[in-house]
Design a protein around this ligand. Structure first.
Ligand SMILES: [Zn+2]
Ligand SMILES: [Zn+2]
Length: 238
């Protein structure tokens, strides 16, 4: 956090240096990102991503959409618009926040975007089957996504019973855990761990961690087997 004097914000451990949360999902032929927050440009540079087929959005909060303008570089090299998958609420915000990308008068350098509306029906991006899972961020509907045996959930503090069924059978899950204290719209550490245990997911990684959770190494020691803190640049093969 900018200007924060706390031990986490001043830690020299790279695992305590967190950009806004996002993931890259790759199959043999397809690459997609989930969310494009303010750090999207640097995350794409750092991961050396040369081709990106699509961006899936979980919800329209600024820390998940603010980097969308930087798809311009992918447009330039691919010669194609970027495919965006988002629900109605997120699409409305994207059109409002990036109006210049949706005008009739196009000029060079504008981000080119194709909006693909989604709700909770499964869809495919290239050879990747995506199953959206509806979760709640206080009163805002957020889309989590299941890809085969992997489920990615961020910015939730509640998952209703019928949607929990869609997550069951996942071998690996990423779920948000903001801090130890309860929060109005994010799972706390104990709440996220309870979801992992309830859904019997063998390996869970925690994301969307704030500096209030504590240092990576300290918190890691407190976690049971099968639950670990995610960190920037973590890669999983599933
Ligand atoms: Zn949010
Ligand atoms: Zn967020």
């Amino acid at each position: 956090m900018i200007a924060c004097p706390c031990p986490v914000c001043n830690s020299v451990n790279p695992k305590d240096k967190r950009l806004r949360c996002s993931i890259l999902v790759q199959s043999a032929t397809t690459t997609l990102a989930v969310d494009a927050g303010p750090d999207f440009r640097y995350q794409m540079l750092r991961a050396g991503v040369k081709n990106l087929d699509a961006i899936l959005f979980t919800h329209p909060h600024k820390d998940h959409v603010a980097g969308l303008d930087d798809v311009r570089a992918f447009n330039f090299f691919s010669g194609k618009p970027m495919n965006i998958y988002a629900n109605e609420l997120t699409q409305e915000v994207i059109i409002r926040e990036f109006p210049y990308a949706f005008t009739d008068t196009k000029y060079p350098g504008l981000p080119e975007i194709t909006l693909n509306p989604i709700d909770t029906e499964p869809f495919t991006v290239g050879d990747i089957l995506v199953t959206p899972v509806l979760v709640w961020h206080l009163k805002m509907p957020v889309l989590a996504f299941r890809f085969g045996k992997f489920t990615y959930i961020t910015d939730a503090n509640r998952i209703d019973e019928p949607e929990r069924e869609k997550i069951k059978g996942s071998e690996v899950m990423v779920i948000n855990a903001l801090r130890k204290e309860k929060h109005i719209s994010h799972f706390s550490l104990s709440e996220a761990m309870a979801v992992a245990q309830d859904l019997k997911v063998p390996q869970t990684f925690l994301t969307h961690i704030s500096h209030q959770l504590g240092k990576h190494d300290d918190v890691s020691k407190e976690l049971p087997d099968g639950i670990a803190l995610a960190y920037d640049t973590l890669q999983l093969k599933i």
